[in-house]
Design a protein around this ligand. Structure first.
Ligand code: SF4
Length: 146
């Protein structure tokens, strides 16, 4: 079955964010920035998602939740690490319980810089993610990715 033609749906998970990046994600969904103009819907169900947006660093309590959500998202999927905490652990990286960024647990396709991220940077990251998703969908359609 072809995977082409479906609008990309997004799942957001706050790993251990200070909420700064999460507020900017909400801002990107408002009419001012209107990320839905790319056909993107914010879903709460990982089984319906194509793009996994993660804020905050990885720690001992959330790493299993992060992996569990990732595993529930069907292939092909794209992961965005949003903000410096999700990218590397950020200001929390030396905390006793912090493992680091999202890529210590799951593969990351796009890193969005900032602390907090600006909505413009997030939208740029989403546009990059759409490109990666299209490449992965094409690979599935050609039998190259399962
Ligand atoms: S990158 Fe900055 S704003 Fe975003 S979760 Fe980390 S500390 Fe908060």
């Amino acid at each position: 079955m072809s995977s082409a033609g479906k609008s990309p749906w997004l799942l957001h998970y706050n790993a251990s964010s200070c909420n700064g990046c999460d507020i900017e994600i909400l801002a990107a969904l408002t009419p001012l920035y209107d990320v839905e103009r790319f056909g993107i819907i914010n879903t709460g169900n990982p089984a319906h998602a194509d793009i996994f947006v993660v804020t905050g660093s990885v720690n001992e309590q959330n790493k299993e939740v992060l992996k569990n959500l990732y595993d529930q998202i069907p292939e092909p999927k794209v992961v965005l690490a949003v903000g410096i905490c999700a990218s590397s652990g950020g200001v929390f990286r030396d905390c006793y319980n912090v493992s680091g960024g999202v890529d210590t647990i799951i593969p990351v396709d796009v890193y969005v810089p900032g602390c907090s991220v600006r909505p413009e940077a997030l939208i740029e990251g989403v546009v990059k993610a759409l490109g990666v998703l299209e490449e992965k969908r094409a690979a599935v359609d050609n039998g190259g990715l399962r």
